[in-house]
Design a protein. Sequence first.
Length: 538
Amino acid sequence: HHDIYSIEDLAQLIYDLKNTNPTGDVSVKLVSEVGVGTVAAGVSKARADHVTISGFEGGTGASPLTSIKHAGSPWEIGLAETHQTLVLNRLRGRIAVQVDGGLRTGRDVIIGAMLGADEFGFATAPLIAAGCIMMRKCHLNTCPVGVATQDPELRKRFTGQPEHVVNYFFFVAEEARKLMAQIGVRNLNELIGRTDLLEKETAISHWKSKGLDFTRLFHKPDMPASVARYNSEKQDHQLDKVLDRTLIEKARPALENGERVAIDLPIRNTDRTTGAMLSGEVAKRYGHAGLPADTIHIKLKGTAGQSFGAFVAHGVSITLEGEANDYVGKGLSGGRLVVYPAPESKITPEKSIIVGNTVLYGAISGECYFRGIAGERFAVRNSGAHAVVEGAGDHCCEYMTGGVVLVIGSTGRNFAAGMSGGIAYVLDEDGKFARRCNQEMVELMPIAQEATDPVTPESMLADPLSYDSERIKTMLEAHVSYTQSARAKAILANWADYRDKFVKVLPVDYRRAILELQAEAASQAGKSSEAPNLRVVG
């Protein structure tokens, strides 16, 4: 992922997710391989609730054959290393360890527990119990037995019943129970990490296995009895004193009765993921639709920490007078974010960084106005948010699939790499933007001139290929309204001079798809207009 380059980044993502849903568990899945124990220890320190060690035998039928055959190692190797490393670092009690990847029987469950697993993941075997015949066509929508398809005709062939899967698990549990009785343990916790109960079966030794040393696989760490061997405690995610607790209390009238509230507070760079927990409360009560616009208006002053405005929901507007770090607006879900420098600041906004890297990562809707420059990977994987920024670093609009981004300043290199949807407008004053844009999937074109007839917001939304001038001016006017941007004011005041300096960045396939939809809609409209002339005879 483009927001994870280290364990610290992973810890931030886990913190973001726990803020959004404090009662949910966050799980990290790792491929079983040599060295996975060290990574699992980092995952535990990053305060994940759960880690999955995935063996090489499993895998969806949608996976490439090379991945199914060659990715990862046996789950036994990765699981043993993970358990031993966590125990040696006194981290085992803080995190639940799950194993998956080709588990089929109760015997697999028992061996997994002995090697250190708390939980066990099954996928392929239950699918077979439900009727899967392993045609490896999960990704083609052509599953002949109707298990993995959306085709109505193929789905009619599905004969599986929930009882088939339940029955399978009954047999797995029964076999595990019998083996536990033979070993002489009362519950699974007594079995976890008991590698002393495992032995190499000499009856099935083979010449290929001669010389193999299983000592490390069966090693039992020599630690005091007080050190946990299985998951026995909850992670401390340090959510008790976050700024959102105060925001939720002050926003109680809005959450419970839908009343408009205005909140004014200071913020520090130790206040991370501000707005996420409040938005989680909004989503819990009102779903993704959220509240009416501006129901909860928050004004903050200071320097915001990481993930400012992450997952902000419909009806929540946050204005920051100051600056923010990385991941601003991550997963934005309908809210509005505004960031501008304090009036007493001596910086020149259009020449200064106002928000950090990876802003609007994975945003699905909402709007943002930043009076200043953003760092690298601005709007990466944006799929629906509208944003205005006064400059951006490298890789802007990378992997973007929807939404509108307006950059009224210079950009870095590799603009629009992997961009498959949405629209970007860039003010190209030096005429060199084409060199900085990755044009593998996009085309650059001049913006459309103003329409002669009045244009409504609905019209602009319905036709992304037209109304460029109107769309840019509307976004600039909103930018001025929220941030008092001198840069946007100058462009609007001299629109005739600036209009032709804007470049429209549009993905080729996105444009083709829109034209096809418009042609289809026109065809349907033509048929509808002919309908009144038809009459039934007889």
